[in-house]
Ligand binder design. Sequence first.
Ligand SMILES: Cc1cc2nc3c(=O)[nH]c(=O)nc-3n(C[C@H](O)[C@H](O)[C@H](O)COP(=O)(O)OP(=O)(O)OC[C@H]3O[C@@H](n4cnc5c(N)ncnc54)[C@H](O)[C@@H]3O)c2cc1C
Length: 410
Amino acid sequence: MGKDKSKILIIGGGFGGLFTALDLAGTGDITLINEEDHFLFRPMLYEYLSGEVEAWHIAPDCKELLDNQASFIRGQVTGIDLNAQTVSLADHKELSYDVLVFSPGAITNYAGVAGAEEFTLQFRTLDDANQLRRRMTEALDHVQPDSAPQDTRSALTFAVVGGGASGVELSTKMAALLRDAVKRRALHGEPRVVIIEMADRIVPGMGEEIRKFVENALENERVEVHTETRVVRVTQNDITLEHKNERLEIKTAGVVWVAGVRPNPLTDSLAVERDRRGLIVVEPTLQVRSHPNIFSLGDVAFYRDVEPTLAGTAQLALQEAHLCARNVRAFIEGGELKSKHFVELGEAVSLGTEHAAVLTAGKVMGGPLARQARFAMYTARLPTWHHRLRVGASWFFEGTAPRPLQPLGF
Ligand SMILES: Cc1cc2nc3c(=O)[nH]c(=O)nc-3n(C[C@H](O)[C@H](O)[C@H](O)COP(=O)(O)OP(=O)(O)OC[C@H]3O[C@@H](n4cnc5c(N)ncnc54)[C@H](O)[C@@H]3O)c2cc1C
């Protein structure tokens, strides 16, 4: 294959796709296709919700990041023809490829729970975070200055479904924001944030050292934890839970669903080998079985040589992207393709608006210093040096204080 002529099509501008495109610069004719015009650094979506960071920090424009080193198309891929080696878009455009990189990520998995898809808020995009912020502000705006504490608590009850890292980060952030707003508005009483988890403990996959910080944070932020609890049904105004055969109905101002993900449905259009969860089985080189010119990575791919805690993480997609770019280049140039063992790079969870817990090199730290460390750690993982420098300078000079939930219209 001629080096400069190979058409490399990359589907998905997230951790897998965008970082592959950036690493591949200078090889072949690269086109990145993404539904949104921006990349999204999802691990900091909680800080966007609280106003600690701004959209441009965590959602830089794809075109700007690529800086003419690859073409960018904002569009939705609707189908892939493996025989013709073409990809079709929602606007009926068709693009051909020599090499395809498939990384469209995951979507929310509602697990068939009645009313979940219709009535809960999901938390994956900037729009989702904007909608949740608005829902919290509207709920606050409905509380009268003379409302009794129990009425305030009832009007400001939010549920977060899923007690993994996402559920903990989100619930502590929401509790901190709501309590701050209650105080600023001199309302009587407290908000109520409930977290619901099916397992017998919160953050089931997390190490014991970091769990201590998580449990303390949940207690300090007064998040109500329901473990061994299943969501049975969600409606516009309430959520029904089941714990040890007993049912409990809670009136809510909003329910956020972060209880799991499944591979992007676009994966169904590929007639390739998949595991029981629907993930594409890839070779140790990230090539799709029996399709050596197709590479897949990130949340849609099943790669065997990975530490179990890394599955479905940005950390994994990012590490895979470097291998993917290397192997795509080798494939085009007729070189040797490599494999890699992917390891955990450390954990960092945001806890409320002032604290975090960070596990790195076997050591755990918590508190405000860990929050700073988390910001530093994530600055280093943002795409491109230019963007990292701009964001790092902004956080250093302008600060990262949260933006209070102001009454709407202000
Ligand atoms: C709120 C939240 C917090 C998280 N926090 C962490 C964390 O702290 N640490 C961690 O390691 N992981 C975290 N994750 C997980 C992490 O974000 C994912 O594992 C990672 O983004 C996977 O990368 P990806 O490239 O597979 O998919 P994504 O980053 O999701 O990118 C997929 C891209 O494909 C695009 N796309 C989808 N369908 C199409 C289509 N049909 N046509 C064109 N484009 C399409 C999407 O718009 C998206 O831009 C978090 C996830 C969420 C939702």
